[in-house]
Write a protein that binds this ligand. Structure first.
Ligand code: THU
Length: 137
């Protein structure tokens, strides 16, 4: 699949994922979608909790959805919400992306209601990541 085609598909799927957002505390709906290396799309949404700190971001929900369905690698991710390039991934999600991305050059797309798209990569999102290789004692 061409890069642009993947981008448009992931963004469309991320908006669908956003429809399931459970965000009664922030009222900020976020959706995400990853393309698994198995060729399947996995969606996610943010899921909040009355104990606010337990909330899970849409990106991590999408990645955990992928892993829990037996796929451990994604080749692209899109995140949508807010107005102008709203739902830029938080630090925790950037770290989780480094764990499951195909490579640090894997594309990351962020967009909001105005339709503008930020095109980035996992490497650009998290320079100098803490990787498996760093775990040598
Ligand atoms: N949130 C995400 O799901 N992804 C992001 O990239 C930014 C923030 C969620 C967490 C919380 O449910 C709400 O947005 C407001 O912070």
């Amino acid at each position: 699949m061409e890069r642009q085609e993947l981008r448009d598909l992931l963004l469309k799927e991320a908006w669908k994922g956003r429809e399931n957002s459970y965000s009664p505390y922030s009222n900020y709906k976020v959706g995400a979608a990853v393309m698994g290396i198995d060729g399947k799309i996995y969606r996610g949404c943010n899921i909040e909790n009355t104990s606010y700190g337990l909330s899970n971001c849409a990106e991590r929900t999408a990645m955990f959805n992928m892993v829990s369905n037996g796929c451990q690698t994604f080749t692209g991710i899109a995140i949508v919400g807010g107005e102008h390039i709203g739902a830029v991934p938080c630090g925790a999600c950037r770290q989780v992306m480094t764990e499951f991305c195909e490579s640090l050059d894997t594309p990351v797309y962020v967009s909001g209601k105005d339709g503008e798209i930020l095109e980035s990569s996992v490497r650009e999102m998290l320079p100098h990541p803490f990787l498996k290789d760093n775990l040598t004692a």
